[in-house]
Design a protein around this ligand. Sequence first.
Ligand SMILES: [Zn+2]
Length: 93
Amino acid sequence: MLKCREVYEIASDYIDGDLGRWARIQMRLHLAMCRHCSRLVRQLEYGRRIVREEAGSTVIESASTARSELLATYDARYAAPSGSGVEPPAHED
Ligand SMILES: [Zn+2]
């Protein structure tokens, strides 16, 4: 019987299907009996699925969109024509 801590350690391998047959059986046994760990694994699975679904073009597209929006904001704020008061004031005397 696995301990909860051991389940945490191998949970991501379990989700990725990287566990051996025996470890997988032990994991299932534990999850069947431990509500806490089964919820953890479900949450991890959900997270992985989202990452996989978004791993395609969506994330890259939105990331580059966000980046160009950021650059546009930056340009609007800092690329003002020279002599428009952006420079620090010079000493008067
Ligand atoms: Zn547990």
